[in-house]
Design a protein. Sequence first.
Length: 152
Amino acid sequence: MRITTWAEYGVICALHLARRTTEGPVTGREIAARERLPADYVEQILLRMRRAGVIKSTRGARGGYMLARAPEEISIRAVIHASELETFDLHCVSHPVETDRCAASHNCSIRPVWVLLQTKIDDVLESVCLADLLHDEPAVRVKVGLPILEHV
């Protein structure tokens, strides 16, 4: 599995908005400039997240984007799903008619493994919210159950 640019940039943009929750709306161009991301890409991702209800937008001279809910209420899975449309694409499930080998009626012994993997990935991403990522790396590592690395 690879994290796509859409997903990574989506999390970066949502995290930027989470850090600035009390500062009011932020433009897509400002997010792109501060995070050093392509502005056109950021605008497309923000549009996807707005359509999914992760963020909201306001118009006008002081308009821009902000989170639709508190950072504690928005999971990383929701951000990635909104940005990428899926967290893990199971080709045999999303495109079952492309080949006879992957037809839904075919008895595939591999498909349950991919489905289990998708479930586990989604569970982990659902268990972490934007507020969790506002902390430094050691705190996030503890949250997700990883050991804290010792810097030499």
